[in-house]
Ligand binder design. Structure first.
Ligand code: FES
Ligand code: FES
Length: 158
């Protein structure tokens, strides 16, 4: 194992970090950069709680080595929304879809990426995308309703 210096962008900020060669992106974000919105669930790539975006693509940060994101742009839940909630966050709020909240960042990150690529995502595409994330505490009814509202809100003429 060796130390590596990485240069990356996280939520729009340039970062230079020193990591071990076996450090995961999840550990880099949570332990070194203090971005604890990204959750550690299964730690084996099954639950989606750790989902972030790397150059726009959803990635499971628990099974991504930090070294893989050298020179790339990472977006975490902290980088979504701003003064105003993102439409996906707003819909989760209105539908009380953040139930215990543990899985919520992963769902939101995944849905934001889906709707950027497919603004007209069908219910089937939404359901398929949600399959990448596990909610263990309550269920998917409110999460699905929130996702559908977020899709419809972004399609509505402003
Ligand atoms: S913590 Fe990464 S997929 Fe579960
Ligand atoms: S809201 Fe509790 S695990 Fe999904």
């Amino acid at each position: 194992m060796s130390d590596l210096v990485l240069d990356l962008t996280v939520n729009g900020d340039r970062q230079r970090v020193l990591v071990r060669s076996n450090t995961t992106l999840l550990d880099l974000l949570r332990d070194q950069l203090g971005l604890t919105g990204t959750k550690a669930g299964c730690d084996i790539g099954d639950c989606g709680a750790c989902t972030v975006r790397v150059d726009g693509e959803p990635r499971l940060s628990c099974i991504t080595l930090a070294a893989e994101v050298d020179g790339r742009a990472v977006t975490t839940i902290e980088g979504i929304g701003g003064p105003e909630l993102h439409p996906v966050q707003q819909a989760f709020h209105e539908h009380v879809a953040a139930q215990c909240g543990f899985c919520t960042p992963g769902f939101v990150v995944n849905l934001v990426a889906l709707f950027e690529e497919h603004p007209d995502a069908t219910d089937e595409q939404i359901t398929e995308a949600l399959g990448a994330n596990i909610c263990r505490c309550t269920g998917y009814t409110k999460i699905l309703a929130a996702a559908q509202q977020a899709r419809d809100a972004q399609k509505a003429p402003s």
